[in-house]
Design a protein around this ligand. Structure first.
Ligand SMILES: Cc1cc2nc3c(=O)[nH]c(=O)nc-3n(C[C@H](O)[C@H](O)[C@H](O)COP(=O)(O)OP(=O)(O)OC[C@H]3O[C@@H](n4cnc5c(N)ncnc54)[C@H](O)[C@@H]3O)c2cc1C
Length: 377
């Protein structure tokens, strides 16, 4: 296997592991990223790529502030990834039309509008005509309120994850693929990482194993409460439909316009489901919800049906913490992992190199999971 001693090993080559590893390597550390590379299970390659720094929030919180700060990284990041890796991650400031799906959700939309408009006065409630105009007359009139959320852009998550991989390799990161991490053990001053292909050592280990993080940190007596929420998506192509904004329904179905007349249609939310691939029920639900709002999508070519598993915590906020001396857990970014990855890479690498929890990460402790577990007893 060649060199088996690293300064830092990150377990998991999703957007979290890659963002942290690339920053560490840029700062001169010898870093390995290990992944078992199982198709249709990891989240990063399969995500919608929405940068929902407003859409996902209904009130002020540490996650909201982190999300807005992270969104600001994307424009310069997309330019620098294009320059260094040659990959265009398709960053676009498309904005989003959010539509309430029931009278219950109508109240939530109004509440969310009041909150978001206080931060960005361009967030506005839309009447029926405005929805029709903004969607080039393609959307069906909605009986419940809708809202325009400008500035929440998007990227192509698949290309973004590939670009992060390239950047990490260019920075000198060793990517060890098709290799399962079986266990992590503390041995003296360093860590022993047992894998399906042999043993490696590292001064520090970062567990960025997405929905599977818990099993790796359990031997340290740590309870992350991270579980998986499967999401199914389809990539469609329809040259006859022209939508500029993402359409997001409060029941979780969304249609994201991509390049070349393509639309990403997502996503189901199946809690504690770790299976791979699209189910018939998932596909039927996606079609039903999409055609209800955008009937012209009927007849679109289906280019891809796939799935990914989002790492979820009970309070839907991530855990970013040092859970043992030199052992870090970074996960549970749930529906916002693409959005939050640049700032996570920046702040976590700072922490790992210099020590001391950086400003902005105070709230994302493992400790709060204990309280949470008690509430759920
Ligand atoms: C359908 C869907 C739509 C989404 N849409 C959006 C969106 O629009 N915007 C947004 O910001 N976010 C979105 N997300 C969420 C986002 O994709 C995730 O939050 C993010 O990708 C999580 O990154 P990660 O690196 O923590 O996990 P992952 O990408 O899952 O990476 C974890 C990696 O760890 C590896 N691994 C696990 N255990 C081991 C082991 N023992 N040994 C070796 N390797 C291991 C896995 O193979 C995997 O590659 C979406 C997710 C899904 C599934």
């Amino acid at each position: 296997m060649g060199v088996i001693k690293f300064d830092v090993i990150t377990v998991g080559a999703g957007v979290m592991g890659l963002s942290i590893a690339a920053e560490l390597a840029e700062n001169g550390l010898k870093v390995a990223v290990i992944d078992r590379d199982e198709a249709e299970r990891h989240a990063s390659f399969k995500a919608g790529g929405m940068l929902g720094a407003q859409n996902e929030f209904y009130g002020d919180s540490p996650s909201f502030r982190l999300a807005r700060a992270s969104r600001a990284y994307f424009k310069p990041l997309s330019e620098s990834l294009l320059e260094t890796t040659g990959i265009d991650i398709e960053y676009r400031e498309t904005g989003l039309i959010k539509i309430a799906d029931s009278s219950e959700d109508a109240e939530n939309i109004r509440r969310q509008h009041a909150f978001l408009n206080g931060h960005n006065e361009k967030v506005q409630l839309l009447d029926e005509n405005a929805v029709l105009d903004l969607s080039n007359q393609f959307l069906r009139p909605n009986e419940h309120p809708a809202m325009l959320i400008p500035a929440d852009g998007q990227v192509n998550a698949n290309k973004y994850t590939r670009a992060l991989t390239e950047r990490a390799l260019i920075n000198g990161v060793t990517r060890i693929g098709h290799t399962e991490v079986l266990s992590i053990e503390r041995l003296g001053e360093s860590y022993t990482v047992k894998t399906s292909k042999g043993i490696m050592h590292a001064g520090k280990v970062v567990v960025t194993a997405g929905a599977w993080a818990q099993e790796l940190i359990e031997p340290f007596g740590v309870q992350s409460s991270i579980t998986g929420v499967k999401g199914e998506v389809m990539l469609l192509e329809h040259p006859g439909v022209r939508m500029d904004h993402t359409l997001f329904m409060t029941n979780g179905c969304y249609i994201i316009p991509k390049r070349n007349h393509r639309f990403l249609l997502g996503a189901t939310s199946l809690f504690n489901d770790y299976s791979a691939g699209m189910t018939d029920a998932g596909e039927a639900w996606l079609w039903k919800e999409a055609l209800r709002r955008l009937p012209r999508l009927k007849g679109a070519n289906v280019l891809m049906k796939t799935s990914g598993i989002r790492p979820y915590t009970p309070d839907a906020a991530p855990v970013m913490d040092e859970v043992h001396d030199g052992l870090f857990l970074v996960g549970g970014h749930y529906r916002n992992g693409i959005l939050l990855s640049p700032i996570t890479g920046r702040l976590m690498s700072k922490w790992i190199i210099r020590g001391g929890r950086p400003e902005g990460l105070q709230e994302f402790t493992i400790e709060r999971m204990k309280t949470d577990a008690m509430h759920h007893q």
